[in-house]
Design a protein around this ligand. Structure first.
Ligand SMILES: Cc1cc2nc3c(=O)[nH]c(=O)nc-3n(C[C@H](O)[C@H](O)[C@H](O)COP(=O)(O)O)c2cc1C
Length: 365
């Protein structure tokens, strides 16, 4: 295997280890600035609350989506298989991590294809970076989808990470055109996804204009790639790389908070996945109430998935219990009812949303 390819694969293990062992979360999603109005007389039976959700013509038993994380090194296969088993068992959707490593080196394909083996009925999303799409075209997108028999492809945007990664790609020219071409020619839905810096209303309009089927906002306030890359730089033996540590640390505060990004993108259209710092069933309820169709989680599912199936099951059950309790206390029997509940939006989040989207705030009051 060439040096560059081996590097892509090894980076996958670095990311898993750093995310599992170090402090990689930074920022404020804005979920803390949202408060549901309690319904003291909910007139519903908590035992009959229905989490069924719809997204891109698929029906899910839960609105929790397992966000793209891994694959691409033999050491990542077991984590992917545990996540996929959970997706199958709970009727949830799942994304795999960037498939670049296996597209460069097909002997790694089984670290991704294992998800379809373990989750024959789940909605699965393939994953490719916008830069790889631009450089390799629709052929790579087709191979990525085929590798896991995916139901959709996610094209991820991660230019903050690229900017501070020693081996990062610093040229973003031509990505929107490549996305437009893919949307025109591809048979499967195309989902655009940020990876922790959020998507603005203006970017969302460009994406809808290019023909994308859905947007995953990947907002600020959860896993920070500035933090992850800063730690990688600190650990590097190369002096040049180590200089990037401060650059990473400087940009840990960069991004659009998840709630603000969600409000902006929802105002431009849908369907939308809310992700980035979603940490509980209560956060999921807030995301859905603001208009998301599904809510994605990465880091909170990675840690139990590195342990075993039982730990992952316990985590997902707890998240569902929190979501069901929130729905009960707002008198919401179905996910659609959550969207009609009243909420208070306060603080910085209110200020940021109000400026761009006064209609949203007016509806809440
Ligand atoms: C270990 C790890 C690897 C990731 N790799 C990818 C990736 O390859 N492609 C991608 O689109 N997002 C990737 N992400 C980003 C997540 O899908 C998600 O957008 C981000 O972590 C924010 O969600 P969180 O705060 O719940 O972790 C990764 C996240 C983690 C924790």
């Amino acid at each position: 295997m060439g040096d560059k390819k081996r590097f892509t694969s090894l980076r996958k293990l670095d990311h898993l280890r750093i995310c599992a062992e170090k402090e990689v979360e930074s920022g404020d999603t804005g979920f803390g600035d949202i408060r549901f109005v309690h319904n003291a007389l909910p007139e519903c039976d908590m035992g009959t609350i229905d989490l069924t959700s719809r997204f891109l013509n698929h029906t899910f038993s839960s609105p929790l989506f397992i966000s793209a994380m891994t694959g691409g090194h033999p050491g990542t296969k077991e984590v992917n298989s545990r996540l996929a088993r959970a997706a199958e068992r709970f009727g949830m959707g799942m994304g795999v991590g960037s498939q670049r490593a296996a597209l460069e080196n097909p002997s790694l394909a089984d670290t991704f294809s294992v998800v379809r083996d373990e989750a024959p009925h789940a909605f699965l999303a393939a994953n490719l970076g916008a830069v790889q799409l631009r450089d390799h075209g629709i052929e790579w997108a087709e191979r990525a989808v085929e590798m896991i028999q995916a139901d959709a492809i996610v094209i991820h945007l991660n230019f903050l990470q690229e900017a501070i990664q020693p081996e990062g790609d610093h040229n973003a020219l031509g990505c929107l055109t490549a996305i437009g071409e893919l949307c025109r020619e591809f048979k499967k839905p195309v989902i655009i996804k940020e990876t922790g810096c959020g998507i603005s209303a203006a970017t969302a309009r460009q994406c809808w204009g290019a023909g994308v089927s859905a947007i995953d906002i990947g907002g600020w306030g959860g896993t920070s790639w500035a933090a992850v890359e800063s730690i990688r730089a600190e650990e590097s033996r190369n002096i040049q790389d180590r200089r990037l540590q401060t650059l990473g640390a400087d940009f840990m505060g960069w991004g659009i908070p998840t709630v603000v990004s969600l409000a902006e993108v929802i105002a431009t259209g849908g369907p939308v996945i809310a992700s980035g710092g979603v940490r509980s069933g209560l956060d999921i309820a807030k995301g859905l109430a603001l208009g998301a169709d599904l809510c994605g989680m990465a880091l909170p599912l990675l840690k139990p998935a590195l342990e075993d199936d039982e730990a992952l099951t316990r985590t997902i059950e707890r998240i569902h219990q929190e979501l069901i309790a929130t729905m009960f206390l707002t008198g919401s029997v179905k996910i659609a009812d959550l969207r009609k509940t009243r909420m208070f939006i306060v603080g910085n989040t209110r200020q940021m949303i109000e400026k761009e989207n006064p209609a949203r705030i007016k509806r809440e009051l």
